[in-house]
Design a binder for this molecule. Sequence first.
Ligand code: TRP
Ligand code: ZN
Length: 853
Amino acid sequence: MKDAAPQTIYLKDYTPFGFAVESVSLTFRLHPTATRVISKIRFTPIPDASDTRFFLHGEQLKLISAKIDGVEINTKMVVGGLEADVPDVPFTWETEVEINPQANTALEGLYMSNGMYCTQCEAEGFRKITFYPDRPDVMSVFDVKIEADGDNTPIMLSNGNGVELSKARATWSDPWPKPAYLFALVAGELIAHRDTFTTLSDKQVQLAIWVRPGDEHKCAFGMEALKKSMKWDEDIYGREYDLDEFNIVAVDDFNMGAMENKGLNVFNSSCVLASPETATDGNFERIEAIIAHEYFHNWTGNRITCRDWFQLCLKEGLTVFRDAQFTADMRSEPVKRIDDVITLRARQFPEDQGPLSHPVRPESFQEINNFYTATVYEKGAEVIGMLKTLVGDEAYSQALDLYFMRHDGQACTIEDWIAVFEESTGRDLNQFKLWYSQSGTPEVAVREAYDGTTFTLHLSQSSAPTPGQSQKAAQVIPVAVGLLNDNGDEILATQVLELTQEEQSFTFEGHASRPIPSVLRGFSAPVTLRQDIDNTRRAFLLAHDTDAFNRWEAGRDLARDSLLGAVLEGTPHNTAYLQGLKAVLSDETLDPAYRALMLGQPSQSELASELHKMGHTPDPAAIHTASEALRRAKAEAFADLLPGLYADNQVAGTFSPDAGPAGQRSLANAALSLLTRLDQGKTAAQQYASADNMTLQLAGLSALLDAEKGEDALEAFYDQWQNDRLVIDKWFSMQVMHAKPTALTKTVRKLCDHPDFEWKNPNRFRAVMGMLAAHHAGFHHESGGAYELLADWLIRLDPVNPQTTARMCAAFQTWKRYDQTRQTMIQGQLERIASQNGLSRDTTEMVTRILEG
Ligand code: TRP
Ligand code: ZN
């Protein structure tokens, strides 16, 4: 049997499978190198099916036997699976296959991590476990029996409810029909952190987080997050949990963040394990969000799933939107919004504006794993947010109720989703649907006019060509606008303008003096805004905007202009910005977390993108210098303020990861970072030495590294944490992040020689190589050494783990922004990767798209 050869799959070619699966019963005889999987599947031919071919997916399986209704049959091995002649009446299909979990380094299918068996089946991994119609529109109930020698695998878990659990055997039954991608099995030496949750209708659910011995003390926070998520989904969406138990397992070797398998969520250990000593506030917040995300999938993803993988955003966009709502409710709404927009601009915009640009619902792919992207997830969530803005909160709730009622148990499309909104609101959403099919980031330009009474906003939209899409139609863009007077009072509360044409004007009558608009409040649409306003206006909005997002945005725009001026013309940093920012920082009525965000500035990569759009060739070294200079200018301008900000935001008492204290720590640490530029690391050294939690310890270390005084602390940090994989990931990352641009490749090479650089572990690989790619000035250093180093490692990782390799190729997606010399060097590396023998389908697709886009 061969693996499927590169082949393009199209949305337009969708055809349903010709057979229904009534039930699946699986028996696993676990063995590290020779696991047997016995499947018994009830198939029913669907009358009048357009496709009657009986094809089952299967990859890397050794077929031992195949039977139909108990009789041994002949099968025909074809690319990517097998075919067989089958009856035209219901029949029982039985196979026994052998697989080798130990040899599975791709971490897809059944594999081993630290002696523990685990699975990852989304998107198309179940076909590496047994022959099956491995497509999301084939749903069935599953019974699973797991057998093992009992010594190394005392705990054996699968989906649904545990039926019979003994030392050598476990039986699980999942009553909810599900597609194979939601199948999971975990077995090993695991310890449970247990709790219970009582649902809306008074049913008690047994909850457990399963971890390796030694990690028991890192489960409490995740468990609280789970219970909060269960309650929130009942309160806000009326969604109740539907099994007697809910299990979460932490796994060290995992390609992504976590996976929503029915009743048995599997997590990258970095996304669930946390203790105050080992996890930062950022880690805690992320863990809470990911636990919520996977839990919320139980309804948006599992009970209602996707018809085919082109519909991925149906579950992911909606579930990201739901987890963002949850975080906003648990913590601070404006802070969450700003965080999300920062991520969108850092991850989705470059994707949408480069060779990898694709619609929220793509129309073709070679390897679906390459489409778990910021566009599908984050832009997908923005699209839901716009829909909610356009129809209103009430109508959104009603539409969701209808969605859950109508489509429970089904595998659906974006058309189904849109139809629910059209029917429940009576609104025509044809134009809105373009958000799912048109790629690229629309640009909205704003012009103002005032005639003494009437104030007019002239809005226009345009969208640059993207791969495969040269012409774009106007989209529906909700533009939230408020008006202020000269004193900064809000004279018109936020209104949503619906921009539906290429150009449109909106008038506001009865204004005796010229109002000041605040446009795209709350970032009401994922667009770039071109507003021809000067820095005085921006400084005014920074001081007065009543919309927290736009107030932050005004500061961000000032910082960006100041940085661009410094890069292009060597102009000194903008004093109006620094003064305005100082006033915000000193305003104790403002949330510390919000003030900490205010201290941030656009990333170097974002500036490079901005320069490129303005028609300049970005110089990474100059951008780095200007960014550093702005930080120094802030340190100097705020010299009298920083010690107070730092001192006033120290949190006393027992550590709490809640938003309040976490916000204070983030402001104190932002102040520390600037303060370090003035006191040569004195405060940072004190903080490092006295820190009793990872948030303070890591910020201390980070500041010391910036001041080039981190050597001793680095060594001490390693000695202290050498037995904690997750903390050692941070130790690796920190050194890469804080390397001088000229020393980056040398630093990384040295780290790669470290005995703890277990490069086959995705977290460790990303801790080093992900940070290498994220270090803008170092990655794009004129020597090209970092390009070559990354390519070397991608070539090495590809045969081991194609999925993680392919994702990391995106580091090169911005290559056309840079000068000819750099482009030539990057092109050379991409072609070198592409020319490797046996390169995976995943990496081949990514490299080809980046080169050709
Ligand atoms: N469905 C998962 C989520 O968003 C993510 C996911 C997709 C995944 N493919 C994966 C996780 C492969 C791990 C490995 O929650
Ligand atoms: Zn998800």
